[in-house]
Design a protein around this ligand. Structure first.
Ligand code: XLS
Ligand code: NI
Ligand code: NI
Length: 435
């Protein structure tokens, strides 16, 4: 079979290596906190960015060289891409992947034809998975590109569009299940609004919840037992998206009784677009026991949109891995590089460089986070900071065994509390000892 990425399989070469086509830090078999890096990090590649992103932007055409692609919307072309994608996964030593239905197969003249095309590609993906041992981390349906979804899918004001979206999710879920997918993601896409002047927010949210309940019912019918993920994002393409951040998603899931089957898939660039840090969003999700998976990328502080860049910030990946290790690691989820090359990086080999960088940056984050945890000073400091709640009336507060009257008596008798320093700068220096 013709090969398109001019490299052999990427190997670990150690931190001193100057080989650009080698891992300097990602050593898949190296054991950290009792598990291999491979088991901790569970890297995934997104079909949409690797195979389908032309690197166009609102001002210019695509630049990406795709010598394997004949540019047509045919099923043959879609089938040919599958081989190239698996060559990529193999050479990158990435074990998982993710797709939208419309990345892997073309949208044709009608839904039945599109479904048929999808079946053909899924059959090929299944064979490739069996041959290679690669796994589907999650599947999803593209409910945002086609003009029918311009006013939403599960929140469309038009019930016929809602039905079309339901049919698409039904099929995408069946395909995910056929490929033994470990998860199924809903990213809101157009589920939001451009203006409240034309929007009945309450009805739209009710419709969305009903949609998600039907997804659960269908999962039960077909025997899909994995989790569903909601991927928060505050805006873009909508002015406001209903799944704006982790807290808004959790509130929605709780209001509509969806937390049994739904978790969150947190994306770095979406966190920052929402005005939060990634570690904030991860912590909110993890505290609820609902951190499912991660879309690993980063934004650009000079640009205000979802630039989906590859993670290169070691400080950032350290903080991500502190949360992931803190919750005991991924179960069904992983680190999906929802990231694309810059428009200037148009050669196939740039995809390899980009993923090497992302994987090495996370490998370092993992090792640094593990070292911080082994050192223990950070955790001890936080533990200590709340020590006054460990016994006496503090413990009674935590167990709900006290009252305003009793606390008033304590405050009257105790005098002015002497508060201890939060030592932020000391802790920042401590983290830097490890980076
Ligand atoms: C877009 C989202 C998208 C989801 C999958 O901003 O990140 O790529 O991950 O629909
Ligand atoms: Ni994403
Ligand atoms: Ni995104």
């Amino acid at each position: 079979m013709k090969e398109y990425f001019p490299t052999s399989k990427i190997q670990f070469d150690g931190p001193k290596s100057r080989n650009p086509l080698a891992f300097k830090h990602y050593n898949p078999d190296e054991v950290v906190e009792g598990k291999t890096m491979r088991e901790h990090l569970r890297f995934a590649a997104p079909y949409w960015h690797v195979m389908r992103n032309t690197l166009g932007d609102p001002f210019g055409d695509g630049t990406a060289q795709m010598p394997w692609d004949d540019g047509s919307n045919s099923v043959e072309n879609a089938l040919a891409r599958v081989d190239v994608f698996f060559e990529f996964l193999e050479k990158m030593d990435i074990d998982y992947y993710c797709w939208h239905d419309r990345d892997i197969a073309p949208e044709l003249n009608d839904l039945a034809a599109s479904n048929d095309a999808l079946d053909q590609v899924v059959a090929k993906l299944k064979t490739k998975q069996e041959e290679s041992g690669k796994k589907l981390l999650w599947g999803t349906a593209c409910l945002f590109t086609h003009p029918r979804y311009s006013q939403g899918a599960a929140t469309s004001p038009d019930a016929r569009v809602y039905a079309y979206a339901a049919a698409q999710v039904k099929k995408a879920l069946e395909c995910t299940n056929a490929l033994d997918g470990l998860g199924y993601t809903f990213w809101g896409g157009r589920e939001g609004y451009s203006t409240l002047l034309n929007t009945n927010m309450k009805r739209e949210l009710d419709h969305l919840a009903t949609f998600l309940h039907m997804a659960i019912e269908h999962a039960d019918k077909i025997g899909y037992t994995g989790p569903f993920y909601i991927e928060p994002k505050p805006r873009e393409p909508s002015t406001h998206q209903y799944d704006s951040d982790a807290a808004a998603c959790l509130n929605f899931l709780r209001e509509y009784n969806l937390t049994d089957r739904f978790k969150l898939n947190i994306e770095t660039n979406h966190a920052t677009l929402a005005g939060h840090t990634m570690e904030h969003e991860l912590t909110v999700a993890a505290n609820a026991g609902l951190l499912g998976s991660i879309d690993a990328n980063r934004g650009d502080t000079l640009l205000g949109w979802d630039t989906d860049q590859f993670p290169t910030d070691i400080y950032g990946t350290t903080q991500v891995m502190l949360v992931v290790l803190g919750m005991g690691g991924f179960t069904t989820g992983g680190l999906n590089f929802d990231a694309k090359r810059r428009r200037e990086s148009h050669e196939p080999i740039d995809l390899i460089h980009a993923h090497i960088g992302g994987m090495d940056t996370f490998a370092r984050g993992l090792k640094i986070a593990a070292a911080i945890r082994a050192d223990g000073r950070l955790a001890d400091f936080v533990q200590d900071r709340y020590a006054s709640f460990n016994n006496g009336f503090g413990a009674k507060i935590e167990t709900g065994m006290t009252s305003f009257e009793e606390l008033e008596a304590i405050a009257l008798a105790g005098g002015e509390p002497q508060v201890k320093s939060g030592r932020q700068e000391y802790l920042e220096n401590l983290i830097n000892e490890f980076i």
